[in-house]
Design a protein around this ligand. Structure first.
Ligand code: V07
Length: 256
Protein backbone atom coordinates (compact mmCIF):
# COMPACT_ATOMS: atom_id res chain seq x y z
CA UNK A 1 0.00 0.00 0.00
CA UNK A 2 2.89 2.34 0.64
CA UNK A 3 3.45 2.97 -3.06
CA UNK A 4 -0.20 3.36 -3.96
CA UNK A 5 -1.96 6.67 -4.22
CA UNK A 6 -5.58 6.66 -3.20
CA UNK A 7 -7.92 8.08 -5.78
CA UNK A 8 -11.49 9.13 -5.72
CA UNK A 9 -13.90 9.35 -8.61
CA UNK A 10 -16.66 11.76 -9.48
CA UNK A 11 -18.06 9.90 -12.48
CA UNK A 12 -20.20 6.79 -12.76
CA UNK A 13 -17.69 4.70 -14.64
CA UNK A 14 -17.42 1.50 -12.65
CA UNK A 15 -14.65 0.10 -14.81
CA UNK A 16 -11.88 1.91 -12.99
CA UNK A 17 -13.67 2.97 -9.84
CA UNK A 18 -11.63 2.27 -6.74
CA UNK A 19 -8.45 1.40 -8.64
CA UNK A 20 -5.28 3.06 -7.45
CA UNK A 21 -2.35 4.56 -9.25
CA UNK A 22 0.92 2.67 -9.01
CA UNK A 23 3.42 5.21 -7.75
CA UNK A 24 6.24 3.11 -9.20
CA UNK A 25 4.88 3.32 -12.76
CA UNK A 26 4.21 7.00 -13.30
CA UNK A 27 4.98 8.05 -16.91
CA UNK A 28 8.23 9.97 -17.01
CA UNK A 29 7.09 12.24 -19.84
CA UNK A 30 3.46 13.25 -20.40
CA UNK A 31 2.53 15.35 -23.45
CA UNK A 32 -0.85 17.04 -23.76
CA UNK A 33 -2.78 18.58 -26.67
CA UNK A 34 -4.95 21.05 -24.76
CA UNK A 35 -7.93 21.09 -27.12
CA UNK A 36 -11.53 22.28 -26.83
CA UNK A 37 -11.13 25.72 -25.25
CA UNK A 38 -13.08 27.50 -27.98
CA UNK A 39 -15.91 24.95 -27.91
CA UNK A 40 -16.04 25.11 -24.11
CA UNK A 41 -16.64 28.86 -24.39
CA UNK A 42 -19.16 28.56 -27.23
CA UNK A 43 -21.21 26.06 -25.24
CA UNK A 44 -21.48 28.72 -22.53
CA UNK A 45 -22.28 31.54 -24.96
CA UNK A 46 -18.90 33.13 -24.24
CA UNK A 47 -16.26 34.42 -26.67
CA UNK A 48 -13.53 31.90 -27.60
CA UNK A 49 -10.94 33.84 -25.65
CA UNK A 50 -12.88 33.14 -22.44
CA UNK A 51 -12.13 29.47 -23.10
CA UNK A 52 -8.42 30.18 -23.51
CA UNK A 53 -8.39 32.07 -20.21
CA UNK A 54 -10.21 29.23 -18.46
CA UNK A 55 -7.70 26.81 -20.02
CA UNK A 56 -4.86 28.59 -18.22
CA UNK A 57 -6.39 27.58 -14.87
CA UNK A 58 -6.27 23.97 -16.03
CA UNK A 59 -2.60 24.39 -16.98
CA UNK A 60 -1.61 25.30 -13.43
CA UNK A 61 -3.84 22.62 -11.90
CA UNK A 62 -2.43 19.83 -14.11
CA UNK A 63 1.12 21.13 -13.56
CA UNK A 64 0.56 20.80 -9.79
CA UNK A 65 -0.86 17.30 -10.23
CA UNK A 66 2.04 16.21 -12.46
CA UNK A 67 4.55 17.63 -9.98
CA UNK A 68 2.88 15.85 -7.05
CA UNK A 69 2.78 12.52 -8.91
CA UNK A 70 6.47 12.71 -9.77
CA UNK A 71 6.08 13.16 -13.53
CA UNK A 72 9.50 14.35 -14.74
CA UNK A 73 8.52 16.08 -18.03
CA UNK A 74 5.18 17.71 -18.86
CA UNK A 75 4.95 19.02 -22.42
CA UNK A 76 1.93 21.21 -23.22
CA UNK A 77 0.92 22.13 -26.78
CA UNK A 78 0.02 25.78 -26.24
CA UNK A 79 0.24 27.20 -29.79
CA UNK A 80 0.77 25.37 -33.06
CA UNK A 81 2.15 26.76 -36.30
CA UNK A 82 -1.40 26.25 -37.66
CA UNK A 83 -2.90 28.56 -35.02
CA UNK A 84 -1.64 31.63 -36.94
CA UNK A 85 -4.63 31.09 -39.28
CA UNK A 86 -7.05 32.13 -36.53
CA UNK A 87 -8.51 35.66 -36.40
CA UNK A 88 -5.82 38.25 -35.55
CA UNK A 89 -7.53 39.37 -32.35
CA UNK A 90 -7.61 35.78 -31.07
CA UNK A 91 -3.93 35.28 -31.96
CA UNK A 92 -3.10 38.54 -30.22
CA UNK A 93 -4.97 37.38 -27.11
CA UNK A 94 -3.19 34.01 -27.13
CA UNK A 95 0.22 35.67 -27.42
CA UNK A 96 -0.45 37.57 -24.18
CA UNK A 97 -1.23 34.38 -22.24
CA UNK A 98 2.37 33.24 -21.59
CA UNK A 99 3.12 36.60 -19.92
CA UNK A 100 -0.15 36.53 -17.95
CA UNK A 101 0.36 32.95 -16.90
CA UNK A 102 3.90 33.56 -15.73
CA UNK A 103 2.99 36.80 -13.94
CA UNK A 104 0.45 34.82 -11.90
CA UNK A 105 2.22 31.48 -11.53
CA UNK A 106 6.00 31.85 -11.82
CA UNK A 107 6.50 32.27 -8.06
CA UNK A 108 4.67 29.01 -7.38
CA UNK A 109 6.60 27.23 -10.14
CA UNK A 110 9.86 28.39 -8.56
CA UNK A 111 8.64 27.25 -5.11
CA UNK A 112 7.89 23.86 -6.62
CA UNK A 113 11.41 23.64 -8.12
CA UNK A 114 9.85 23.47 -11.63
CA UNK A 115 12.05 24.17 -14.65
CA UNK A 116 10.30 26.00 -17.51
CA UNK A 117 11.34 25.23 -21.09
CA UNK A 118 10.00 25.92 -24.54
CA UNK A 119 10.05 24.09 -27.86
CA UNK A 120 9.01 25.82 -31.08
CA UNK A 121 10.10 28.70 -33.22
CA UNK A 122 10.75 31.97 -31.38
CA UNK A 123 10.77 33.83 -34.71
CA UNK A 124 7.32 35.25 -35.56
CA UNK A 125 6.39 35.40 -31.89
CA UNK A 126 5.86 38.93 -30.53
CA UNK A 127 8.80 40.22 -28.49
CA UNK A 128 6.66 40.50 -25.33
CA UNK A 129 5.85 36.79 -25.58
CA UNK A 130 9.47 35.78 -26.14
CA UNK A 131 10.65 38.04 -23.29
CA UNK A 132 8.16 36.60 -20.80
CA UNK A 133 9.05 33.00 -21.66
CA UNK A 134 12.80 33.67 -21.72
CA UNK A 135 12.64 35.30 -18.31
CA UNK A 136 10.86 32.24 -16.90
CA UNK A 137 13.37 29.90 -18.56
CA UNK A 138 16.29 31.86 -17.11
CA UNK A 139 14.81 32.15 -13.61
CA UNK A 140 14.11 28.40 -13.44
CA UNK A 141 17.14 27.09 -15.34
CA UNK A 142 18.76 25.75 -12.16
CA UNK A 143 15.62 24.01 -10.89
CA UNK A 144 15.75 20.24 -10.65
CA UNK A 145 12.08 19.24 -10.32
CA UNK A 146 9.35 18.87 -12.94
CA UNK A 147 10.32 20.10 -16.40
CA UNK A 148 7.38 22.11 -17.74
CA UNK A 149 7.90 22.28 -21.47
CA UNK A 150 5.66 24.60 -23.49
CA UNK A 151 5.29 23.93 -27.21
CA UNK A 152 4.77 27.41 -28.61
CA UNK A 153 4.71 28.10 -32.35
CA UNK A 154 5.66 24.46 -32.67
CA UNK A 155 5.14 22.10 -35.61
CA UNK A 156 6.65 18.65 -35.78
CA UNK A 157 7.32 18.57 -39.53
CA UNK A 158 9.03 21.97 -39.41
CA UNK A 159 11.16 20.67 -36.52
CA UNK A 160 12.15 17.64 -38.62
CA UNK A 161 12.88 19.84 -41.66
CA UNK A 162 15.22 21.98 -39.54
CA UNK A 163 16.95 18.90 -38.15
CA UNK A 164 17.47 17.51 -41.67
CA UNK A 165 18.93 20.83 -42.86
CA UNK A 166 21.37 20.97 -39.96
CA UNK A 167 22.41 17.35 -40.46
CA UNK A 168 22.85 17.93 -44.20
CA UNK A 169 25.10 20.92 -43.44
CA UNK A 170 27.22 18.75 -41.12
CA UNK A 171 27.58 16.19 -43.90
CA UNK A 172 28.41 18.88 -46.46
CA UNK A 173 31.15 20.28 -44.23
CA UNK A 174 32.61 16.83 -43.73
CA UNK A 175 31.87 16.63 -40.00
CA UNK A 176 29.45 13.74 -40.35
CA UNK A 177 29.29 10.76 -42.72
CA UNK A 178 25.89 10.15 -44.31
CA UNK A 179 26.14 6.51 -43.28
CA UNK A 180 26.49 7.52 -39.64
CA UNK A 181 23.06 9.18 -39.56
CA UNK A 182 20.85 7.05 -37.36
CA UNK A 183 17.85 7.53 -35.07
CA UNK A 184 20.04 8.84 -32.24
CA UNK A 185 21.66 11.44 -34.50
CA UNK A 186 18.26 12.66 -35.69
CA UNK A 187 17.00 12.77 -32.10
CA UNK A 188 19.90 15.02 -31.13
CA UNK A 189 18.98 17.57 -33.80
CA UNK A 190 15.34 17.78 -32.70
CA UNK A 191 14.27 20.46 -30.23
CA UNK A 192 13.53 17.75 -27.66
CA UNK A 193 17.18 16.66 -27.68
CA UNK A 194 18.10 15.31 -24.27
CA UNK A 195 14.49 14.68 -23.27
CA UNK A 196 13.00 11.18 -23.20
CA UNK A 197 10.21 10.56 -25.71
CA UNK A 198 6.68 11.05 -24.31
CA UNK A 199 5.41 7.90 -22.61
CA UNK A 200 1.84 9.16 -22.71
CA UNK A 201 0.02 11.58 -25.00
CA UNK A 202 -3.29 13.00 -23.82
CA UNK A 203 -5.58 14.91 -26.18
CA UNK A 204 -8.69 16.49 -24.74
CA UNK A 205 -12.02 17.35 -26.45
CA UNK A 206 -12.57 14.10 -28.35
CA UNK A 207 -10.55 14.86 -31.50
CA UNK A 208 -8.58 11.79 -32.63
CA UNK A 209 -5.56 13.36 -34.34
CA UNK A 210 -1.93 14.16 -33.58
CA UNK A 211 -2.08 17.51 -35.41
CA UNK A 212 1.63 17.72 -36.20
CA UNK A 213 2.66 17.33 -32.55
CA UNK A 214 5.93 15.48 -31.79
CA UNK A 215 5.47 12.93 -34.57
CA UNK A 216 9.00 11.53 -34.34
CA UNK A 217 8.97 11.48 -30.55
CA UNK A 218 5.58 9.72 -30.29
CA UNK A 219 6.57 6.62 -32.26
CA UNK A 220 5.92 4.45 -29.18
CA UNK A 221 3.79 6.68 -26.94
CA UNK A 222 0.56 5.46 -25.43
CA UNK A 223 -2.22 7.65 -26.86
CA UNK A 224 -5.13 8.65 -24.66
CA UNK A 225 -8.04 10.66 -26.08
CA UNK A 226 -10.61 12.01 -23.67
CA UNK A 227 -13.92 13.63 -24.60
CA UNK A 228 -13.63 16.48 -22.12
CA UNK A 229 -12.86 20.06 -23.12
CA UNK A 230 -9.51 21.28 -21.76
CA UNK A 231 -11.03 23.83 -19.31
CA UNK A 232 -13.04 20.96 -17.77
CA UNK A 233 -10.06 18.58 -17.60
CA UNK A 234 -9.45 17.95 -13.90
CA UNK A 235 -6.91 16.33 -11.66
CA UNK A 236 -9.19 13.27 -11.55
CA UNK A 237 -9.28 13.05 -15.36
CA UNK A 238 -5.49 13.24 -15.29
CA UNK A 239 -5.29 10.37 -12.78
CA UNK A 240 -7.71 8.44 -14.98
CA UNK A 241 -5.47 8.75 -18.05
CA UNK A 242 -2.42 7.70 -16.05
CA UNK A 243 -4.33 4.70 -14.73
CA UNK A 244 -5.24 3.83 -18.34
CA UNK A 245 -1.54 4.13 -19.22
CA UNK A 246 -0.64 1.79 -16.36
CA UNK A 247 -3.24 -0.76 -17.44
CA UNK A 248 -1.89 -1.04 -20.97
CA UNK A 249 1.02 -3.35 -21.55
CA UNK A 250 3.84 -1.56 -23.29
CA UNK A 251 5.53 -3.94 -25.67
CA UNK A 252 7.26 -1.66 -28.21
CA UNK A 253 6.08 -3.76 -31.15
CA UNK A 254 8.84 -6.36 -30.94
CA UNK A 255 7.48 -8.38 -28.04
CA UNK A 256 3.86 -8.85 -29.12
C1 V07 B 1 -2.30 29.16 -23.63
C2 V07 B 1 -4.18 28.26 -22.23
C3 V07 B 1 -4.20 26.77 -22.18
C4 V07 B 1 -5.10 26.16 -23.22
C5 V07 B 1 -4.53 26.18 -24.60
C6 V07 B 1 -4.60 27.47 -25.38
C7 V07 B 1 -4.57 28.74 -24.57
C8 V07 B 1 -0.24 28.70 -20.83
C9 V07 B 1 0.67 29.22 -21.72
C10 V07 B 1 2.09 29.45 -21.51
C11 V07 B 1 2.99 29.35 -22.56
C12 V07 B 1 4.36 29.53 -22.35
C13 V07 B 1 4.80 29.80 -21.08
C14 V07 B 1 3.93 29.89 -20.03
C15 V07 B 1 2.57 29.71 -20.23
C16 V07 B 1 -0.08 29.47 -22.88
C17 V07 B 1 -0.57 30.07 -25.03
C18 V07 B 1 -1.89 29.69 -24.85
C19 V07 B 1 -0.15 30.62 -26.33
F1 V07 B 1 6.13 29.96 -20.87
N1 V07 B 1 -1.44 28.61 -21.37
N2 V07 B 1 -1.36 29.08 -22.64
N3 V07 B 1 0.33 29.96 -24.07
N4 V07 B 1 -3.63 28.77 -23.46
Amino acid sequence: MINKLSRWMHNNDNTTKGKELDRDNIPEHVAIIMDGNGRWAKRRGLPRVAGHRAGMKTVIEITRAADELGVKYLTLYAFSTENWKRPTDEVEFLMRLPGQFLMAELDELIERNVQVRMVGNEENLPSYTVQAVREAIEKTAGNTGLILNFALNYGSRAEIVNAVREIAAEVQEGRLAAGDIDENVIGRYLETSGMPDPDLLIRTSGELRLSNFMLWQMAYSELCFIGVYWPDFSRDHFYETILEYQQRSRRYGALT
